[in-house]
Design a protein around this ligand. Structure first.
Ligand SMILES: NC(=O)c1ccc[n+]([C@@H]2O[C@H](COP(=O)([O-])OP(=O)(O)OC[C@H]3O[C@@H](n4cnc5c(N)ncnc54)[C@H](O)[C@@H]3O)[C@@H](O)[C@H]2O)c1
Ligand SMILES: N[C@@H](CCO)C(=O)O
Ligand code: NA
Length: 430
């Protein structure tokens, strides 16, 4: 039965995502009402630039005072799509204190302060939902939190940043320059307000923290995630990857240790075989593999960024939270009971592709191989190319710990015959 009193929704931020949320709330109003069981009323829109023309939004609803809006006391749901830490954090907390549930797309804030925000939601008997925060439109938070709640997740591996996937894909397939590809991703609404968050891996690391936290029932914060961006990936790296039958992707990898006693979370560029499904994830698309004891391997794939896809996830949350409000209940909150320690990068075990510039003379290969052996890193293949008394040596290792590999590289740099370490790249997905 349809309730006649509408659910009052405030929108904080009306940029790439917010404007699409407002549009779909209006165009799909009847369907949303039928699905929730009550009409949804846009009760206020907080913006920074009030003079901007916003098609489909009643100017009387627009305010620059987001704080006053969340303090109104009659709101059922606050949608936070401002981004960043402050004022978003205070606005969300204030919204809870004044009786609203919150839907947010803000991974940076959730990765930093998720525990406190969940606690504030719980104290006030309200919901905090954030499907849009990870992998845009792709349902991932809810499947992990709810559908897989009876299974044991061991690994989450994927491409979770649309901007960097767009850039790497362009560099790989069209030979485009880094800046040109980044400008295009920004114009298409994929990049963060400051694209450093994308290209330096902060955005993907925030998503990895959120995913690891939910997957392993453990608090994982942004600082726990090892992070390397993609700004140093070169055309030469793509050429090396091609020679190995691989491409390069910026991956987020969250793993339970083999003994199950700890977890790791990391973001870095990596080579993956062209035969792996992640290799064919193009443009701003995202794809995430989840491996669990009983389910085996699951793959989630779809648009990971952009206004409308992200709004799809926000509106899905809005419907879920709206139903909870009408039913006088809340959905699942934070689950961190396992409290597993988060290990450092040194304990991660994987394969490596290392390019060295060396002197082209007798005994060099043996010397290099000895350094690997001394550090317990087993070599899988070596390829050498000569060029005027110098040579480039490409070594691919078997699985080794990051700490052992780090020690190896440090020792290699000290050899007179090693002129430089041209690149080190992890090899995943084999
Ligand atoms: N764009 C995407 O593809 C995407 C995807 C998933 C999640 N997100 C997340 O969604 C959020 C919004 O991203 P976006 O791409 O729409 O960013 P955006 O910069 O286009 O929009 C943010 C808007 O908030 C406004 N704003 C800033 N401070 C404000 C304040 N104090 N009060 C009111 N308005 C304020 C800005 O003027 C801007 O219009 C971020 O948390 C982002 O990480 C974005
Ligand atoms: N800037 C982010 C938006 C989606 O979270 C990306 O490019 O993936
Ligand atoms: Na999502």
């Amino acid at each position: 039965m349809m309730r006649t009193r509408p659910l009052k929704v405030a929108l904080l931020g009306c940029g790439v995502v917010g404007s699409e949320v407002a549009r779909i709330m209006t165009t799909h109003a009847d369907d949303l009402a039928a699905r929730i069981g009550a009409p949804v009323e846009l009760a206020g829109v907080a913006v920074r630039r009030p003079d901007k023309v916003r098609e489909g939004i009643d100017p009387a609803l627009v305010t620059t005072d987001a704080t006053a809006l969340v303090k109104r006391g009659d709101l059922d749901i606050v949608v936070e799509v401002i981004g960043g830490i402050e004022p978003a954090r205070t606005l969300i907390t204030t919204a809870f204190e004044h009786g609203a549930s919150v839907v947010s797309a803000n991974k940076a804030l959730l990765a930093q302060d998720g525990a406190a925000l969940h606690a504030a939601a719980e104290q006030n008997g309200r919901d905090l939902y954030y499907e849009a925060a990870v992998a845009g439109a792709i349902p991932l938070i809810r499947p992990l939190r709810e559908s897989l709640a009876g299974d044991k997740v061991n690994r989450v591996l994927g491409i979770v940043n649309g901007t960097t996937n767009f850039i790497l894909d362009k560099m790989d397939t069209t030979g485009a320059g880094y800046q040109e590809a980044l400008d295009e991703a920004t114009a298409l609404g994929y990049a963060e307000a400051d694209p450093t968050a994308d290209v330096e891996g902060f955005d993907a690391a925030a998503k990895a923290a959120i995913l690891a936290g939910i997957a392993f029932h453990t608090r994982v914060r942004l600082d726990d995630v090892h992070r390397e961006g993609m700004t140093e990936v070169t055309a030469a790296d793509f050429a090396s990857a091609k020679e190995m039958g691989c491409t390069i992707k910026l991956l987020a990898i969250c793993e339970r240790a083999e003994d199950g006693a700890s977890v790791t979370a990391r973001v870095h560029p990596a080579m993956i075989p062209l035969s792996h499904p992640l290799a064919s994830v193009r443009g701003a698309y995202n794809a995430v593999f989840v491996e669990s004891d009983a389910s085996g391997q699951l793959m989630f794939y779809g648009p990971g960024a952009g206004g409308a896809p992200t709004a799809s996830a926000v509106l899905g949350d809005l419907v879920a939270v709206g139903r909870n409000r009408l039913g006088g209940t809340t959905g699942p909150g934070e689950s961190a009971y396992a409290a597993l320690p988060v290990s450092s990068m040194g304990e991660v075990v994987t394969r490596y592709h290392i390019s060295l510039d060396v002197a082209d003379k007798p005994g060099v290969l043996a010397q290099v191989a000895t350094v690997f052996a001394e550090h317990g890193v087993s070599i899988d293949t070596v390829r050498q190319q000569g060029k005027d008394g110098e040579a480039s040596l490409v070594v691919v290792t078997h699985r080794a710990s990051d700490a052992a590999l780090g020690g190896t590289v440090e020792a290699l740099r000290k050899l007179d015959t090693v002129r430089g370490v041209a690149s080190i790249m992890r090899v995943e997905g084999e």
